[in-house]
Design a binder for this molecule. Structure first.
Ligand SMILES: [Zn+2]
Ligand SMILES: [Zn+2]
Length: 208
């Protein structure tokens, strides 16, 4: 039987399940980029960042994630008009998936969303395979996190291509198959709102 991993927001209102949960089926990396940092500050959930501002993200196939309750408490945020669609809950502001449109099928979920699962993110998906965009890390950049990591890049491309060709886009947890439009309400930050977050983010935050 395929292994499952249970996903939950901090308060438990929103829950979901990931099928085919295994290290081979996902790409788990720690992202230090300033956008991921800004997103969590916007949500008031900087508690999910590691000491250097990193977000521990499990990337998986859209079709392997489905929500089982609390769908009316899911909303999306874009930091810029063309940026990632960053889905989160409205009950407790837990991130539940970063996506692009369905043409590039992947969902990136913070590892802590699997804390409620008995096996946790480590048990379900293994430890992170690397770190990226360390130039935005607060303090010393983690080893191997700056510059382009070709191994990680090829791994991510191969995964997304495999999901696309392998029919793992649909059903998509955040998009309607007919219209290809988002299922949940979406907010785009204004330039002023985006700029207001910058002092909180690496590499050198000035607003702590
Ligand atoms: Zn919640
Ligand atoms: Zn990032």
């Amino acid at each position: 039987m395929a292994r499952e991993a249970k996903l939950s927001c901090r308060c438990g209102e929103v829950q979901g399940v990931v099928t085919n949960a295994s290290p081979q089926e996902v790409n788990r990396v720690v992202c230090y980029c300033d956008d991921c940092q800004a997103f969590l500050h916007q949500l008031g959930r900087a508690d999910l960042l590691n000491a250097q501002g990193g977000s521990d993200i499990v990337q998986l196939a859209p079709a392997s994630l489905s929500f089982t309750r609390g769908q009316d408490r899911i909303a999306g945020l874009r930091l810029t008009p063309k940026g990632l669609l960053r889905w989160h809950t409205t009950c407790c502001n837990t991130p539940v998936g970063n996506t692009l449109g369905p043409a590039l099928p992947f969902v990136g979920i913070v590892a802590q969303a699997f804390d409620a699962d008995a096996q946790g993110a480590d048990g379900a998906f293994g430890a992170p395979v690397g770190a990226i965009l360390g130039k935005f890390a607060i303090g010393k950049s983690p080893a191997g996190s700056t510059g382009i990591n070709l191994g990680l890049l090829f791994r991510a491309i191969a995964k997304v291509l495999g999901w696309r060709l392998g029919g793992r886009t649909w059903p998509h947890p955040f998009f309607d198959r007919q219209t290809r439009e988002p299922i949940y309400p979406l907010t785009v930050l204004s330039k002023e709102q985006r700029d207001r977050l910058r002092p909180y983010c690496g590499p050198v935050p000035t607003a702590r």
